[in-house]
Design a protein around this ligand. Structure first.
Ligand SMILES: C[S@@+](CC[C@H](N)C(=O)[O-])C[C@H]1O[C@@H](n2cnc3c(N)ncnc32)[C@H](O)[C@@H]1O
Length: 293
């Protein structure tokens, strides 16, 4: 059985870049965006979708709090050098810049850079926004106090190389905060393992890595166990890992029926919320990692 991960590096990275150029991160997998790209309404809608779906993890009272204020020390980082890797449509980048952080942002696609630059112009925000492959960051050693990256590095041809670059460009004592895909998530057991692997017989045709790619975004979509993540970040200190995922838990068997018909009638809302929290934090699709240099 062949795997795309056997493809030579440059070919794989070109495929990664083209995929994201053709499918920029506009949060439209469930409902197509009805607004023109680059307009204020477009950015508002992206922020709403992105930050609503991660509200429970990073910012329960968003928009009163900035996104990921549970993770990002906005006050402590004021005026400090911060890098976002894989800025996409500039949603988090704008929040970082708006709150006074000295921001650099990179993305591998021209589309992401164009969209982030347009957003910053509209908002009157200033940052160093550049097209770059994070496998070769165009920054000196020991530059940043924080390197932030949400849902990016597992899409790159050589993820370990990005981690080396994060380490190289962080100041001693600097922090990285990243989200990658968690291999053992309930989403993937249901969508990749049960639905594709068993019911559609894909286990006979392709490796599990390939089935995982089929049920997610990106040309490349690596999924890590916590042990693999710790090994990849072995040069760092104080590694901390948590699990989370998007708001949508409709792939949890029976969830939609329960949500629609039973919550509020037979099951109190608070009980359902506790169950959702347990599922997300134990078996969420996102592996969130913090570490220091
Ligand atoms: C899932 S999107 C996430 C975008 C944004 N962080 C967000 O959460 O909305 C992945 C982004 O990573 C970018 N990307 C993929 N490989 C990259 C690399 N090697 N260097 C820089 N950016 C990369 C893609 O172009 C895309 O914009």
């Amino acid at each position: 059985m062949t795997s795309i991960y056997d493809t030579p590096h440059d070919e794989l990275q070109n495929a990664n870049q083209s995929w994201w150029d053709n499918n920029p991160m506009t949060y439209d997998w469930q409902e197509t965006l009805q607004v023109e790209r680059g307009t204020e309404a477009f950015y508002r809608e992206i922020d709403a979708r992105f930050f609503e779906s991660s509200r429970h993890f990073g910012h329960p009272t968003y928009p009163d709090q900035p996104p990921f204020s549970e993770q990002i020390d906005y006050a402590g980082l004021k005026g400090k050098r911060v890098l976002e890797i894989g800025c996409g449509m500039g949603a988090t980048a704008a929040a970082l810049a708006r709150n006074g952080l000295d921001l650099s942002a990179v993305d591998i696609t021209p589309t992401a850079i164009e969209q982030t630059t347009t957003r910053f112009k509209q908002l009157g925000l200033v940052a160093d926004i550049r097209q770059a492959d994070a496998e070769q960051l165009p920054f000196d050693d020991n530059t940043f106090d924080l390197v932030w990256s949400w849902g990016v590095i597992h899409h790159s041809a050589n993820m370990q190389q990005i981690i080396h670059e994060i380490h190289r460009t962080l100041k001693p004592g600097g922090k990285t905060q990243i989200m990658v895909y968690n291999r053992h998530s309930i989403r993937n057991w249901v969508l990749a393992g049960l639905m594709e692997g068993v019911l559609k017989g894909q286990f006979f045709k392709k490796p599990y890595e390939e089935i995982l790619r089929d049920v997610t975004d990106g040309y490349i979509a690596r999924h890590l166990t916590p042990r693999q993540a710790r090994n990849m970040f072995a040069d760092f200190n104080n590694i901390h890992i948590e699990f989370t995922c998007l708001d949508d838990l409709s792939y949890v068997p029976g969830n939609t029926f329960v949500e629609r018909n039973l919550v509020g009638k037979l099951i109190p809302r608070a009980m359902k919320d506790r169950w959702d929290h347990w599922v997300r934090t134990k078996f969420g699709w996102f592996l969130y990692l913090e570490a220091t240099k």
